[in-house]
Design a protein around this ligand. Structure first.
Ligand code: G6P
Length: 369
């Protein structure tokens, strides 16, 4: 097993460090250099076909569900198609309004999660077109869906998903660019800018992973807390959900993610002196609002760690600590912003002596209902 871990103490850490490669592999052949768009030869969708889709459902469980929430932002904003995101165990029993003009996208690392498979069958039964985004060739979900787009994360062993998640985000963004170009809702210049940004992501991830000492210190210092909160707006909120899940899964710290604008509707009552609050502030359209939420929690003497772009010197005035991520387009920010959250969870779990790769009560793949 030590050999399989390739010198890392845990599979999870190894998988975190494999992300530059898994991102590169998932882009290969789909993001041609100097192009204005994305190619999915496995899909071969046409303008006419896309005109017939008036609604997209994204269905998944766990971390894959969180990738679906990011996918909703991408597809709605870049391809201008309404998207609903569902937890598979809800979708399958709620008589969803799916029909022949719908596309149902299921996301599953393993391709074997029983609720996701059942949701996929239900969508098909109701006449929807179906697409699976999965990491395992030949899995049950890949066989059941009409079409498949694979993530090339490589085998993921640790129960807590890391590299599969970032490749799922990447596929959702590439799909949104692809469909946005087909539908004419995304102009060439913007597509080109996104594609250029994508080419830089593996190197930016690599750079982030080279400098983790600060994160280790925070995890050691705050790992004894029993609660933690993650706040953000827009795409930062979607990433906050995944950050909270990572922390609770492996460190058993009670963690909640909140849309920062919802703070006043409940969570603020729990913000007391010293409670760790991680605030993501990468989205320019809602940046000022997020910073004002940050100030609200700071005023209650919370311990605030902000995640922000390099060069954002102003945020340091309000937060106790700032973890900087390399600058990128707002749509690409989730691919970088989640890394410090994965590492915080990992090092907090280590500090607490938890079994990082095999957290209590959890399984890598939930194949029973
Ligand atoms: C389990 C795993 C999670 C995973 C979820 C969905 O809960 O522990 O890491 O996100 O199942 O799995 P899937 O294979 O469908 O992505």
């Amino acid at each position: 097993e030590a050999a399989e871990k390739g010198g890392f103490e845990h599979f999870m850490l190894k998988e975190i460090y494999e992300q530059p490669k898994s991102i590169r592999d998932t882009m290969t052949g789909r993001v041609p250099k100097d192009s204005h768009g994305i190619e999915f030869t496995e899909l071969g969708w046409t303008e006419e076909e896309m005109a017939g889709i008036n609604k997209i459902f994204i269905v998944a469980c766990g971390t894959a569900y969180h990738a679906g929430i990011v996918g909703k932002y991408y597809l709605e904003q870049l391809a201008r198609i309404p998207v609903e995101v569902d937890i598979a165990s809800e979708f399958r029993y709620r008589s969803p309004l799916v029909d022949g003009n719908s596309l149902t996208i299921v996301i599953s690392q393993s391709g074997e999660t029983s609720d996701t498979l059942a949701a996929l069958k239900e969508a098909k039964r109701l006449g929807s077109r179906t697409l699976a985004v999965t990491n395992v060739v030949g899995s049950s979900i890949s066989r059941e869906a009409d079409q498949v787009v694979y993530t090339y994360a490589g085998p993921e062993i640790a129960v807590a998903s890391t590299k599969a998640y970032t490749t799922q985000l990447l596929v959702m963004l590439m799909l949104a660019i692809y469909v946005g170009r087909l539908r004419g809702t995304l102009d060439i210049a913007k597509a080109h800018k996104l594609v250029e940004g994508l080419h830089d992501i593996p190197e930016q991830i690599h750079k982030l992973l080279e400098n983790v000492d600060q994160i280790k210190v925070f995890a050691t210092r705050y790992g004894s807390s029993e609660d933690a909160f993650f706040l953000g707006r827009s795409l930062d909120y979607a990433v906050a959900l995944e950050g909270a899940l990572k922390l609770k899964e492996i460190s058993y710290i009670h963690a909640e993610a909140y849309a920062a604008g919802e703070l006043k509707h409940g969570t603020l009552a729990l913000i007391v002196e010293g409670v760790p609050v991680i605030v993501l502030a990468t989205q320019p359209d809602v940046y000022d609002k997020t910073v004002s939420n940050l100030q609200e929690v700071k005023a209650r003497e919370a311990m605030v760690i902000a995640i922000a772009f390099e060069g954002d010197d102003s945020i340091a005035k309000y937060a106790d600590h700032v973890i900087f991520i390399p600058r990128t387009d707002k749509y690409l920010a989730p691919l970088l912003a989640v890394l410090p959250l994965q590492l915080l969870a990992y090092y907090a779990a280590l500090t607490r002596g938890c079994d990082v790769d095999k957290p209590r009560n959890l399984a890598k793949s939930v194949t029973v209902e």
